[in-house]
Design a binder for this molecule. Structure first.
Ligand code: G3H
Ligand code: ZN
Length: 276
């Protein structure tokens, strides 16, 4: 069934386990995430990034509608989330395309502008029943929140949460986006300090680059929502590449089906890792 992200995040936080949020690019990704979640007997968040919406011609509704319908018919509890949203127009479409949560990404703005933009988005989102995630890297940092070396300070994060009213905070603790090898080291003491200091659940971005044992340790230390994208694409594209060795192949189902199976396997495995 289609559930809300707030429900999944609250339940995970109360149970001290993680809820994985997987990035969707194609319908096959979403089918794979649903299959993996059913196999693992775990819920998951389907997340559609602003980038992925741009790939689909800037129109969020067609794919989002398919994802919502897929969730409704799934044996797993799945929610729909809009990820890394910088465009206010996309934020304002969230509820009508079936998303229950949005990550507003103002992390590239100067701190005061990030606070103001995030607070505005949160106020609007709460009026429309949405769960809002935002991110804070390093105040004054110019690299975005999820570049190597950037760290979120607990006192700054607490002030940011108070000033913006966000429901969940993405923090910089050592991961970075789009790593294709799993070699990231996390600052688990910082995760624990942030979890102790903040009244809202923590989100880890760039989780593809984090080894399984470290991901499990991050959840134990206090990470609740675990965002995973790239590692699914490594599985997807690897399977496509393998299938395309057959040069007589023309039916896309013959390379998309193995890609979908590969992603489902990765999803089921990672859901076990973050289960806590
Ligand atoms: O918001 C999405 C995630 O942070 C995914 O990052 O592609 O490096 O796993 P990743
Ligand atoms: Zn991210």
């Amino acid at each position: 069934p289609l559930v809300t992200t707030a429900e999944l995040v609250d339940e995970a936080r109360a149970g001290r386990h993680g809820v994985a949020a997987f990035n969707v690019i194609t319908l096959e990704h979403a089918e794979a995430i649903a299959a993996g979640a059913e196999r693992a007997g775990r819920p998951a968040v389907l997340q559609l990034s602003e980038n992925a919406v741009r790939y689909h011609g800037g129109r969020p509704a067609p794919l989002a509608a398919a994802l919502a319908a897929l969730a409704q018919e799934s044996g797993a509890r799945l929610s729909l989330h809009l990820d890394h949203v910088e465009d206010g127009a996309l934020l304002r479409r969230a509820a009508d395309v079936g998303a229950s949560s949005v990550m507003v990404d103002a992390s590239r703005m100067p701190y005061d502008a990030n606070v103001a933009a995030t607070a505005d988005a949160v106020a609007w989102g709460h009026e429309h029943g949405l769960f809002l995630e935002a991110e804070l890297g390093e105040i004054g940092g110019k690299d975005g929140a999820h570049a190597p070396g950037v760290r979120t300070d607990p006192d700054d994060a607490a002030a940011f949460v108070t000033a913006t009213g966000v429901d969940a905070l993405a923090v910089a603790v050592g991961s970075s986006h789009a790593m294709v090898d799993r070699t990231a080291a996390l600052d688990l003491d910082l995760v624990a300090a942030l979890a102790a200091r903040l009244p809202v659940p923590l989100v880890l971005h760039g989780s593809s680059g984090v080894p399984d044992a470290t991901l499990a340790a991050a959840v134990a230390a206090g990470v609740t929502k675990v965002n995973i994208g790239t590692i699914l694409n490594v599985a997807f594209t690897g399977a496509v590449r393998e299938a395309l060795h057959d040069e007589g192949l023309t039916d896309p189902r013959r390379y998309l089906a193995p890609a979908r199976d590969a992603v489902a396997g990765t999803v089921a495995h990672l859901l076990g890792v973050v289960a806590g």
